[in-house]
Design a binder for this molecule. Structure first.
Ligand code: MN
Length: 436
């Protein structure tokens, strides 16, 4: 299930793109995440790029000057497409083969000089777009700590519903309102009815929140009616990004029964622009979350030995905030939360397997989100709803302001990275959005 470790993971590799050799870069040569871009304020067509240090390797430009020659034809064609969907559709053999070629191309080697053609664009000069056409988007609820924290606010005696430990819970989200990092997020209007109000009203949401999540892009899809077995699940996953599931808690509280989230979520979802492949994440795999002995074992279709041993991902995620007043005072950001993706109750393979278990087909470029990533301890909660106990405990900002929910002008920044002794640090880059 896990992708093998190979020469592309060698921590001693250096690139001729010197910014990629800085120890604090998100994008060393061992990462090679994929995105879609064009130069800012240009009429250039959008095309696939690979982040390397502070630059983007332009795959269309590489194709033009013959640097992709020798790769299988369909893979060469996928590299010069305007979105990642064709590359995702080819499956994991293609992302592995391309990674190997790109690692070779970007490697510093005293015996050969770097390509002479102009195949780099500075990230600072690029506008990063959505990496794929996202046909469908599903949002899971895979952190038992998040589910318990939220459940406690609504049902103090009975926070977890009886199905939680038996299957990954999810709802179908809205793909059309997924936006790339940096796009402003408009505060939604909606219907809400606070408990003490006699009747509902329609107004801008007063309880606007974020949720820090991981997004998983589907690689090769499955046919309608054909479930994906857990042993095969990761072969159908292309890679991961960071995802902010903006949530209007007042709209949500009034609308969610009986059919779940709707307009409280569908106004915007922000994703980070770089897709970190499962190949890049191979050194950071870890056992699936260890359930207490007293928890039920999942049904056999959600279990495999490999999933138990390697189904987790050691990925640290952080949320930072910057208000308008902080910006004016020159204060950078304040960290709000830090958690580990390894603490999720359900693995990405279990989410994908469960999703297709009824025969539902997933298509290349579809996006599965993990659900809010929260841990058990204070400081590890991935939403304001949890951090402020539904607005009861305000957070003090360094500007002297207080926050229970988001104000206009607040910028939310998500970050994620994998670190492990003996391997290069793999960063995801920022997922940013400002409330307007
Ligand atoms: Mn969510």
């Amino acid at each position: 299930m896990n992708r093998p470790l190979d020469r592309t993971h060698d921590p001693n590799l250096r690139s001729w793109v010197t910014s990629a050799n800085q120890p604090d870069t998100n994008f060393p040569i061992q990462n090679l995440p994929f995105g879609v871009f064009h130069r800012r304020r240009s009429a250039e067509p959008s095309r696939i790029g690979v982040a390397i240090g502070d630059s983007i390797l332009d795959l269309a430009a590489c194709g033009k000057v013959g640097l992709l020659e020798g790769l299988p034809e369909p893979l060469q064609a996928a590299c010069v497409a305007p979105t990642l969907n064709p590359l995702m559709a080819l499956g994991s053999w293609a992302s592995s083969a391309l990674r190997d070629r790109l690692s070779e191309l970007l490697r510093w080697d005293e015996r050969q000089s770097p390509p002479e053609a102009n195949i780099l664009v500075a990230i600072a000069e690029a506008e990063l777009l959505l990496p794929a056409h996202i046909g469908d988007y599903t949002d899971f609820y895979a952190s038992i700590f998040h589910a318990t924290n939220v459940g406690k606010l609504f049902r103090p005696d009975n926070p977890l519903l009886p199905n939680y430990k038996h299957m990954p819970i999810a709802y179908h989200g809205r793909a059309s309102s997924i936006v790339p990092s940096g796009r402003p997020v408009k505060r939604p209007q909606g219907q809400r009815k606070p408990p003490d109000d006699p009747a509902p009203s329609f107004a801008p949401s007063q309880l606007l929140d974020f949720e820090i999540e991981v997004g998983c892009f589907i690689g090769a899809g499955n046919e309608l009616g054909e479930a994906i077995a857990i042993e095969e699940a990761e072969r159908h996953l292309f890679g991961l990004c960071l995802l902010n599931d903006w949530s209007a808690r007042d709209i949500q509280a009034w609308e969610y029964r009986p059919l779940g989230p709707f307009l409280a979520k569908s106004f915007a979802t922000t994703i980070s622009p770089w897709v970190v492949t499962l190949e890049a994440l191979a050194p950071f795999r870890c056992p699936a979350f260890s359930r207490p002995e007293t928890d039920p074992q999942p049904l056999p279709y959600l279990c495999s030995e490999e999933n138990a041993s390697w189904g987790g991902i050691e990925l640290a995620v952080e949320v930072l905030l910057r208000s308008t007043q902080m910006r004016a005072a020159g204060i950078e950001t304040i960290p709000l939360s830090r958690a580990s993706f390894a603490q999720m109750y359900w693995t990405v393979a279990q989410m994908l397997t469960h999703h297709t278990s009824n025969g539902c087909n997933l298509r290349s470029g579809d996006l599965l989100a993990s659900g809010t990533i929260s841990g058990e301890a204070e400081g590890t909660q991935g939403s304001l709803l949890e951090m402020t106990r539904r607005g009861d405990r305000a957070i003090a900002l360094p500007s002297g302001e207080q926050r229970t929910f988001l104000e206009d002008g607040d910028e939310v920044i998500l970050r994620g990275y994998c670190e492990k002794e003996g391997y290069a640090r793999i960063g995801f880059g920022d997922c940013r959005g400002t409330v307007v």
